[in-house]
Design a protein around this ligand. Structure first.
Ligand code: PLP
Length: 384
């Protein structure tokens, strides 16, 4: 069985976790702060707030940006459900903008059209959640221009993209967004077990997310509403959550982070090998912008549009041969829990075309060349 993704845990990773287990603090010790600082420094952002998942970080991001009832948040339909659920947790509405069939990211021209129509009807989004699908950055410069023109906030869901860059900026630097979120789930690029992090350059957003991450409690006198009663005093000044990351998880994440460049280099080498080995097959191979460096979380191929009827059988043949292909993702509006909002599939023709043809084939740093050759041959067979 060859999975589509797999973590790579080293002896040093294990030792880092064990050393926290033997220390004074399992949670709320010094390691979470070190992990936050290390990620912020690598990506070039000023502030970082670690949490127990990217899903939690997306929720904190929306709350800090003031998303609430009566607002609407937009995102791409080709993403994990968490990119959309963060709006719903805040009581806001959710809407989708169709993708671009070359990058599989949100289509900037459709975004621009939809914004113009939304302004006319007085229903502009409060925030846009941009997803860098497979690790390839969305067109952030143009998205930032639109956010300034129409006055909405930008959250980058960079769950697939740590270590990557867009033009001359690191993904996570927030050069073109208000907040960027990373995931450290084991299938992602680096893992902390479960874990997420929100990056920002805005001190107020950072403080707000840090507070909401831990019950809405502050120990900073400057933020307090009342005079402290004594040295024990703290205040809850808003309704927060316990979304904190533990030191155990942070130790794993911090140790993994030291191999980020190595992980990406290996992913790129394997991707280049796939490009060459699959070039004669009737497939659309992953596009990447030569100006950017992808995180390459996923290697997604698409059948030609004329082969849509074979999609399921190709998928089944690969699985039957032990190649655990996947599909990232069924458009979110197709999920039963989203059907209550009445989205029409025909409003998203590119997402539909993508869903009818896409297959994620295995890609992970410990994948061997014989394993990769096996996948290539299985795909060749399945397409015959
Ligand atoms: C994995 C993923 C998430 C959620 O990450 P968790 O850390 O598992 O909560 C959100 N968005 C995208 C695009 C993802 O791939």
């Amino acid at each position: 069985m060859i999975p589509y993704g797999r973590q790579d845990i080293s002896k040093a990773d294990i030792e880092a976790v064990v050393s926290v287990l033997q220390s004074d603090y399992l949670t709320q010790g010094p390691v979470v702060g070190r992990f936050e600082r290390a990620v912020a420094d690598i990506v070039g952002a000023r502030y970082a707030v670690a949490s127990n998942s990217a899903t939690s970080s997306l929720h904190l991001a929306c709350l800090a940006l003031g998303v609430g009832p009566g607002d609407v948040v937009w995102t791409t339909p080709v993403t994990f459900v968490a990119s959309a659920n963060c709006a719903r947790y805040c009581g806001a509405g959710i809407d989708f903008v169709d993708i671009d069939l070359k990058s599989y990211n949100i289509s900037v021209s459709r975004l621009s059209d939809k914004l113009r129509a939304a302004r006319d009807s007085g229903r502009l989004p409060k925030a846009l959640v941009v997803v860098h699908l497979a690790g390839h950055s969305a067109d952030m410069e143009r998205i930032r221009e639109l956010s300034r023109e129409y006055g909405f906030a930008v959250i980058e869901d960079a769950s697939h993209a740590i270590g990557g860059s867009y033009r001359s900026t690191k993904i996570g630097s927030c050069a073109f967004s208000d907040i960027t979120v990373f995931s450290f789930h084991p299938v992602k690029i680096v893992t902390s077990g479960e874990g997420g992090m929100a990056l920002t350059n805005d001190a107020d957003l950072a403080r707000s997310m840090a507070r909401l991450n831990s019950h809405g409690i502050t120990r900073e006198t400057a933020e307090m509403k009342q005079e402290p009663d004594g040295p024990w005093y703290y205040e809850q000044i808003g309704l927060g959550f316990n979304y904190r990351m533990t030191d155990i998880h942070a130790a794993l994440g911090l140790s993994q982070l030291s191999r980020l460049e190595e992980f990406l280099a290996r992913r790129h080498a394997l991707a280049a090998r796939y490009d060459a080995a699959l070039s004669d097959l009737p497939l659309v191979l992953p596009w990447r912008d030569p100006r950017d460096y992808s995180g390459f979380h996923l290697y997604i191929v698409r059948l030609n549009d004329g082969d849509q009827s074979r999609h399921r059988s190709v998928f089944e043949k690969l699985r039957a041969n032990g190649v655990l292909v996947n599909l990232h993702y069924m458009p979110v509006y197709r999920q039963p829990d989203f059907q209550q909002f009445g989205f029409k599939h025909s409003d998203f023709p590119e997402a539909e075309a993508y869903y009818a043809t896409a297959i994620t084939i295995p890609l992970f740093p410990t994948m061997t060349e014989p394993q990769q050759d096996y996948v290539v041959n299985a795909l060749r067979e399945a397409l015959r």
